[in-house]
Design a protein. Sequence first.
Length: 256
Amino acid sequence: MLFLFAMYPIHSFDTVPSTNSLAKKLAKNGAPHGTAVIAANQTEGRGRLGKNWHSVVNKGLYCSIIVRPRLAVQDFPKITLAAGLGVAEAIDRIAGGFSQLKWPNDIFLDGKKCGGILTESSALNEPEIQRFAVIGIGLNLSSSLEDFPEDLRRKVTSIFLQTGTCPDASHVFLTLRDEVLQQLELFYSDGFRSILAAWKQRDFLLGKHMECVGSDGKIITGVSLGPDEEGQLHVKDGDGQIHTVLSGDISLAGKE
Ligand code: BTN
């Protein structure tokens, strides 16, 4: 079903394999900036690093927003940080708490994962006019711990578990979409610095001991110094050496 709210099209479904996959198809076919796909359930929801995203039917928000960024190709990875900030602002408005961000794409409430972002782009060598990014957002709204596989239960939370109330998915979506698009506008107009400054206020990992597997497969253990002006995470190891983490899985040392 397609309906229009404000000026951005919304494609709404009961069940899809993955809202990101569908959004990418729409974007390739020319869907405009701000178009969104939203579903009550996903059968093949995807997370970062080839992981699955556990979509609890009717108890979460699963959506993807197509953006046509006015950014240089090398700045595309920063979109996830700007989007995370938008999601965090939206959650705070809805749940009345203070959400945190775990580099690069996790949304945390009370020290546990409440949501995640998977940003996927068109081939970056596409002509500028055809370039797009799809910002996929999964958020645990009214799920209980029993809705998750046992191995995830000590790491996850939902807005319901934090506040005792079940937020309306459409309301959350509209708030979140507007915040995400607004943060991107701020990125274009004021540059990444203003995004970074606000992001650092919510940095869950800052000063914590952590372990990360870099994209080269090597394990780095150290203290997180937060992301730099390129959006890349810096970690100081026991010898005082500073490493740049490009991507990879991050866990708190000795915890996960
Ligand atoms: C992560 O934590 O690794 C990112 C999870 C992103 C999940 C969302 S749910 C909506 C959208 N569609 C997908 O297939 N994935 C993203």
